[in-house]
Design a protein around this ligand. Sequence first.
Ligand SMILES: [Zn+2]
Length: 250
Amino acid sequence: MKAFIKQLFFLLAPKPRLPENRAVILMYHSVSDWDHFATVSPADFEKQMAYLAAKKIPVVSLSELARRHARSESLGGAAVITFDDGYRDNYTAAYPVLRRFGFPATVFVESGLIGRDNNGIPHMNADEMRQMSDLVELGAHTKSHPKLANLSPEEAHGEIEHSKQAVEAALGKPCTLFAYPFGNYNQGTISIVRGLGFDAAVTVKEGTVCRESKILELPRVSIDRSTTFAQFKGKLSTTVDWYERLKLWH
Ligand SMILES: [Zn+2]
């Protein structure tokens, strides 16, 4: 019943995009036919990108969103595309689609897995990161994907700095974007992220971005294999916050 109401709610969502004073950050992980909740099939990913293009929803980079936020400019009802963990399929499956549509995106890399397999799942190497970097920003996502709030400040600092330096070494330019593994952090973690000079950091808290959003605690909306196309459209066009209050979300 709850699922039915949720589905109905999304189907009835009237507008194709957000108001001008908001933006939405989409959170993807793997783009493949791998049977795991955090994946989106290549066919679904392409359909979702085609929808953004068809509805003329402005797609901007996370850096651009951070710049607008810092200057208190309009967020333009924009969508931002992000991928967590650095799966190689972001390069082989998602990047060609992004290129076709001219959409910028951000990939947050777990630096301990650059160019390596993890349980048989390949992660992109530094050369692939460089090849994508005309359109795709590379962000940091720690070295080994820990729950940062459980670590000592020194350990957390080391984890975050390793990923920042690895991305900078691969691309030869500053790495200014960060994603908290599991969305796990505390005030100490935020201080470390700020101290390392990141311009923006994203969480896994469901919601859209507005002027009041904290730049080092940006909410996102999760897109995975359980997300129906109607839900995808709904997530692009609603401010989410009040879904949560109605307990219709997850
Ligand atoms: Zn992750």
